[in-house]
Design a protein. Structure first.
Length: 115
């Protein structure tokens, strides 16, 4: 059974930081491209960042220089370090695992940036 379980969301003030985690089980973690996506109210789900099996990364322009994606193969865990958070970052953040025809999603974790 494949499971992606996110944690680390919450309420933070503008300019603050959060670190999201996604613990993955049931797949060969190293094989998959991992990613974080987000969906704000009334908007479509959008890419935040990807990290590939060999460690290459790509980011949405809106988060470059503020967010860092990483993965720990020993812990089969994906991370998203979010700094300098802005109200526009408010969304539900989803973890994704993709390889070939396999595409798995977590349940999401809420991030709210507000004073």
């Amino acid at each position: 059974q494949v499971q992606l379980v996110e944690s680390g969301g919450g309420l933070v003030q503008p300019g603050g930081s959060l670190r999201l985690s996604c613990v993955v089980s049931g797949i060969t973690f190293n094989r998959f491209r991992m990613g974080w996506y987000r969906q704000a109210p009334g908007k479509q789900r959008e890419l935040v960042a990807h990290i590939y099996s060999l460690g290459a990364t790509d980011y949405a322009d809106s988060v470059k220089g503020r967010f860092t994606i990483s993965r720990d193969s020993a812990k089969t865990t994906l991370y998203l370090q979010m700094n300098s958070l802005e109200p526009e970052d408010t969304a539900v953040y989803y973890c994704n695992a993709y390889w070939g025809t396999s595409d798995y999603w977590g349940q999401g974790t809420q991030v709210t940036v507000s004073s």
